[in-house]
Design a protein around this ligand. Structure first.
Ligand SMILES: NC(=O)c1ccc[n+]([C@@H]2O[C@H](COP(=O)([O-])OP(=O)(O)OC[C@H]3O[C@@H](n4cnc5c(N)ncnc54)[C@H](O)[C@@H]3O)[C@@H](O)[C@H]2O)c1
Length: 297
């Protein structure tokens, strides 16, 4: 089965470099017209240049595709509006949004400043809100939409020195869990991708042998699936990390149960800690009131 995005319009934020560039190229190669959004900032979010977005647009056009640059920051609500408006002005619709823009302000928590926290939150999680809040009415109107938010294994599992980044990336899980429900009626599918690949963000962090092996092109095919009409699911977290593609999930243990006549004290909680924390027979839940029925429901 060939996955095609022919006739569709995709927005990729932070698409001037690294992973975002690979996503934009892959979606364009499969027929999408792409808004290549990137203010071309440094890794900590400073400065800016139109060059990265322009270069990716040129590369897409050289391959026969269609692309338009956008230099707005996802970190402002107006920026989010302008990014979506750029797609509407150019091609009159938005089919897929890949929220990929990212910066780093890594620091051990006791040294982290308010600005380190706010800047990372503003780009990563507020940035998703800023763009998606403007794309959402378009999706509802056309009864179709695909959203890919780029999370990180730091948000899923933790990583020293990245309290701001981990918090922002994990917040996407809660955001997705609600959007998947609100989008369901309109065939808007919302998924998270936790990638890993050699980019300027990771070249000093990843082991040298992995750096050489796993570039962004190893992650881009997953985005092509999640951003396409053929995307089979909504509400999933997919990891694409150094040669392994797999699902991650938040699950609920069976725990211990008791009825209202049995007020339990702290000693009882501690005595039952092993069973309380056991993940044996843990379940996925689709939403607050409903245990998850199978992924293809
Ligand atoms: N590289 C990895 O292994 C890895 C791992 C986990 C998660 N991620 C995530 O993947 C995404 C891409 O990372 P990358 O490694 O390609 O980094 P990168 O630095 O190469 O690219 C990020 C791009 O985002 C752009 N950007 C920054 N602030 C922006 C803003 N306010 N508005 C729009 N664009 C903005 C930058 O200009 C840059 O071109 C990020 O969200 C990152 O957190 C990457």
């Amino acid at each position: 089965m060939t996955i095609s995005l022919e006739g569709q319009v995709a927005i990729v934020t932070g698409a001037g470099r690294g992973l975002g560039r690979a996503y934009a190229m892959e979606l364009a190669r499969r027929g999408a017209r792409v808004i290549v959004n990137d203010p071309g900032v440094a890794m900590d979010g400073a400065e800016g240049s139109s060059k990265p977005a322009d270069e990716v647009c040129d590369q897409i056009r050289e391959l026969g595709g269609e692309a338009q640059p956008s230099y707005d920051s996802v970190a402002s609500f107006d920026g989010g509006a302008a990014i979506v408006q750029a797609a509407l002005d150019a091609w009159g619709r938005v089919d897929a949004v890949v929220c990929n823009a990212g910066i780093l302000r890594d620091r051990a928590f006791h040294k982290m400043t308010e600005d380190d926290w706010d800047s990372v939150m503003n780009v990563h999680i507020k940035g998703c809100f800023n763009v998606l809040r403007h794309a959402w009415p378009v999706f509802r109107e056309q009864s179709y939409g695909r959203v890919v938010m780029v999370t990180s294994t730091t948000g899923l599992f933790g990583n020293f020195g990245q309290a701001n980044y981990g918090a922002a990336k994990a917040a996407m899980i809660g955001f997705m869990n609600v959007l998947k429900l609100e989008g369901q009626k309109y065939d808007v599918r919302v998924n998270l991708l936790a990638p890993s690949a050699t980019t300027r963000m990771t070249e000093d962090l990843m082991p040298a042998e992995l750096v050489a092996k796993f570039g962004p092109e190893h992650v881009a095919p997953v985005v092509a699936v999640l951003a396409s009409r053929d995307c089979p699911d909504t509400g999933l977290i997919i990891e694409a990390v150094a040669g392994r593609i797999a699902r991650s999930a938040v699950v609920r243990g069976t725990g211990v149960t008791y009825d209202e006549s049995q007020l339990r004290d702290a000693e009882w909680v501690l005595a039952n800690w092993e069973q309380i924390t056991s993940l044996d027979d843990a379940e996925l839940w689709w939403h607050l009131q409903q245990p998850l029925v199978p992924a293809d429901d």
